[in-house]
Write a new protein. Structure first.
Length: 187
């Protein structure tokens, strides 16, 4: 294929159009929020424990791990045992985990969430936000998406659990664990 002056001009016009149609990003990895930003507050989200929960419930934590989740997500299902184990391992160091589902699929509503929490032995609150306001406030597009929040309510980490892409046993980079260790060690 030959590139002529005419085809080169057409390519530039197409690229300019694509660039102008692309969204403006607020942060490097998220359209809404960046590391260092204040974590959006949320309150009175119903949990599988039949209690309302707010971000303020976790103010005594050294770090809060906020997991955007849902029952039907196969990637989240594959990470659930690892996240349960991480909550056990990091609880003594003052880390608290919490999961929020913003999904409105029938399989992701509270009755199914309660069944899943009981069957899997979830050891952290599992909340539902039918309004989806928390997911929008945090710029979440996929599950699981992880945020680590400091006591000052700043986002210290956002991203994936690891590089296993739904296969935790195949991961060789452990992003969440590395972030927690670094933050707890003052790095």
């Amino acid at each position: 294929m030959f590139v002529t002056r005419r085809s080169c001009g057409a390519i530039l016009v197409v690229l300019a159009f694509i660039a102008s149609a692309s969204p403006t990003w607020a942060g490097k990895f998220n359209r809404i929020i960046s590391v260092g930003d204040t974590a959006p507050a949320w309150r009175d989200l119903p949990g599988t424990d039949d209690r309302p929960h707010s971000l303020d419930d976790f103010k005594s934590a050294k770090l809060t791990v906020l997991i955007f989740s849902c029952n039907h997500c196969p990637v989240m299902q594959s990470y659930e045992p690892l996240l349960i184990a991480m909550q056990k391992a990091y609880a003594a160091r003052g880390v608290k985990f919490v999961a929020i589902s913003c999904s409105r699929f029938k399989s992701d509503l509270m009755p199914a969430m309660k069944e899943r929490a009981a069957a899997s032995g979830l050891n952290f609150p599992y909340l539902h936000d039918d309004s989806q306001a928390t997911g929008r406030a945090y710029g979440v597009g996929v599950t699981p998406t992880i945020f680590v929040i400091t006591p000052e309510r700043k986002i210290a980490y956002l991203g994936a659990v690891d590089n296993g892409q739904g296969k935790p046993a195949q991961a060789d980079k452990h992003y969440l664990r590395d972030a927690l260790d670094a933050l707890l060690d003052g790095r």
